[in-house]
Design a protein around this ligand. Structure first.
Ligand code: NAD
Length: 418
C-alpha cells in the first residue's frame, strides 16, 4: 500500500469536484468539507502484567444534517486524526447516496490488536466506550465495526453504554451479534453491495458477468464475502491477496476454501487451490475484468494506476484510490464504482439493524437482503442518471453530486441555529 495521499485531502478534493458541477456557494462547500467536531482522547488501560498503557483514540462527527452520525470504529496502528476525519466524511456522502436518514461519523484507536490479549482488548474497548458515552446514543451517534473490529467489540460497547446509562438501548451501536440485537445479513452486507453494484455496472456497460475474471485485494470481512458472492453470480475469482501476499489461479479457485485456509493458517499464501504466488501489486494490476480492492486506503496510487488492467473496479474498501490514481483510471476509461456506493451495504444493513432495534421487531435474512438489493440498485441508477444528465466522466463525481445535493438540501431547508 502506498501512503502517498492524505485521505482527508482526498475527501476534500472529491467534494470540490462535485461541488463545482453543482455550482454551490463557497461558504457551503467549506462547511461540507470539515467535521463538526472531533473527540481525541488517551485511554489509560491496565495490561495483563499490571502495567499501564495509553492508547490514542478518536471519534469524528462530520455532519449530522440528515440524521444521527453513523460510522465504524477502526483498530489499527496507523489510525490518525486525518484518517478518521476522512472516513467520517465519506460516511456522510455514503449515507446520502443510499438515502438513509443518517449523517456521518467514524472512530479509531491507534492499536495493533494482534499484540494484545482478549481481556486487554476488552478493557481498551470498554475504556473507549466510557469516553464515547456522552457523545453517542441511538439518536445522536451510532458506531459500528470497521477494520479489526467486529461483533465482539460492538457487544462490549453496547454493554458498557447500557450499564452506565441503566437502560437497554441496542440501537446505540450496530454490527452486534444477532443474539445481542444484531441483524441477520449484516456480516455479509458490505461484500454483498460491492457485488450488486458490480453486477449493475456490468449490465450498464453491456458486459457479461458470467465467466468474468475477478481479483480481490484484502480477504477480510468485505473482501472474502465479495469473492464468495461474485463466484455465486457466475464470475471466476482468479486472484486474491491479504497482508501476507497474493494467490493466483488462472482457472479460478473456490473462495470459501481459500477463506478456510486463511482461517486455519492465518494467511492466504500456500493455499492449495493457488497455482502461483503474487505480490499485492501484481494482484492489483492483473488482467481481469473486475478488480475489488478490499483492504485499506491508497492501495492504488498514480504509478500503479497506469498498470491496472481491470475494466471495472468496485471499491469495497474506503478510499482505495489516491485522487491522482482516480483521474488516471477515469482517463483510461476504467469504470470505478466509488466506495460510497459499492461498500454502502454495511451501513445500509446497519440502518436496518437500528430500525429493528427501535421497533424490537426482527427481520428474516431474506427480507434484509431484498431491501438491501433494492437500495443499492436505486443508488446505482441515480448515479448513472446524474452521470448522463451532467455529462460527467467520473462515476465518483456523479455519486458525490447526488449525495452532496442531498446534504446541502437538508442543511439549507432546516436553516441554521443560532
Ligand atoms: P478486515 O480487517 O476484516 O480485512 C482487511 C483485510 O485486508 C485483511 O485480509 C488484511 O490481511 C488485508 N490487508 C491489509 N493490508 C493489505 C495489503 N497491503 N495488501 C493486501 N491485503 C491487505 O477489514 P474489513 O472490514 O474487510 O474492511 C476492509 C475495507 O472495507 C476497509 O477499507 C473498510 O473501511 C471497508 N469497509 C468495511 C465495512 C464492513 O462492514 N466491514 C463496511 C464498509 C467499508
Amino acid at each position: 500500500m502506498s501512503d502517498s495521499a492524505n485521505p482527508f485531502e482526498s475527501l476534500q478534493s472529491q467534494i470540490d469536484d462535485a461541488a463545482s458541477v453543482l455550482g454551490l456557494d463557497d461558504d457551503l462547500v467549506t462547511r461540507l468539507k470539515h467535521p463538526e467536531r472531533v473527540l481525541e482522547t488517551n485511554l489509560t488501560v491496565e495490561l495483563d502484567d499490571g502495567s499501564l498503557e495509553q492508547f490514542r483514540a478518536f471519534r469524528s462527527q462530520f455532519n449530522g444534517d440528515r440524521g444521527p452520525y453513523k460510522g465504524g470504529i477502526r483498530y489499527h496502528p496507523q489510525v490518525s486524526r486525518d484518517e478518521v476525519k476522512a472516513l467520517s466524511g465519506w460516511m456522510v456522502y455514503k449515507t446520502a447516496i443510499v438515502d438513509i436518514p443518517f449523517g456521518g461519523g467514524k472512530g479509531g484507536i491507534v492499536i495493533d490488536p494482534t499484540a494484545y490479549s482478549t481481556s486487554e482488548l476488552e478493557r481498551v474497548t470498554r475504556a473507549f466506550a466510557v469516553e464515547l458515552r456522552p457523545f453517542i446514543g441511538e439518536d445522536r451517534d451510532i458506531p459500528a465495526p470497521d477494520v479489526n473490529t467486529g461483533q465482539r467489540e460492538m457487544n462490549w460497547i453496547k454493554d458498557t453504554y447500557e450499564t452506565l446509562e441503566h437502560t437497554t438501548e441496542p440501537g446505540v451501536i450496530t454490527g452486534k451479534s444477532v443474539d445481542s440485537g444484531g441483524s441477520e445479513g449484516r456480516v455479509e452486507a458490505t461484500g454483498r453491495s460491492t457485488v450488486i453494484a458490480a453486477r449493475e455496472a456490468f449490465e450498464y456497460l453491456e458486459k457479461d458477468l458470467e465467466g468474468a475474471t475477478v481479483a480481490v485485494q484484502g480477504y477480510g470481512n468485505a473482501g472474502w464475502i465479495a469473492a464468495k458472492l461474485i463466484d455465486e453470480m457466475g464470475a471466476t475469482v482468479v486472484a486474491a491477496s491479504d497482508s501476507s501476499g497474493g494467490i493466483y489461479n488462472p482457472d479460478g479457485f473456490d473462495p470459501v476454501a481459500a477463506k478456510d485456509h486463511k482461517n486455519e493458517t492465518g494467511a492466504l499464501v500456500d493455499f492449495e487451490g493457488s497455482e502461483e504466488k503474487l505480490t499485492n501489486e501484481e494482484v492489483l494490476t492483473l488482467d481481469v475484468d473486475l478488480l475489488i480492492p478490499a483492504a485499506l486506503e491508497n492501495a492504488i496510487d498514480a504509478e500503479l494506476a497506469t498498470d491496472v488492467q481491470a475494466d471495472v473496479i468496485s471499491e469495497a474498501a474506503n478510499g482505495p484510490l489516491t485522487p491522482e490514481a482516480d483521474r488516471i483510471l477515469t482517463d483510461r476509461d476504467v469504470f470505478v464504482i466509488p466506495d460510497i456506493l459499492a461498500n454502502a451495504g454495511g451501513v445500509t444493513v446497519s440502518y436496518f439493524e437500528w430500525v429493528q432495534n427501535r421497533q424490537r421487531f426482527y427481520w428474516t435474512e431474506e427480507r434484509v437482503n431484498d431491501e438491501l438489493e433494492a437500495i443499492i440498485v436505486e443508488a446505482f441508477d441515480s448515479l448513472v442518471e446524474t452521470l448522463e444528465t451532467h455529462d460527467i466522466e467520473n462515476p465518483r463525481t456523479a455519486a458525490y453530486v447526488v449525495s452532496i445535493q442531498r446534504v446541502a438540501d437538508a442543511f439549507e431547508k432546516s436553516g441554521s441555529f443560532p
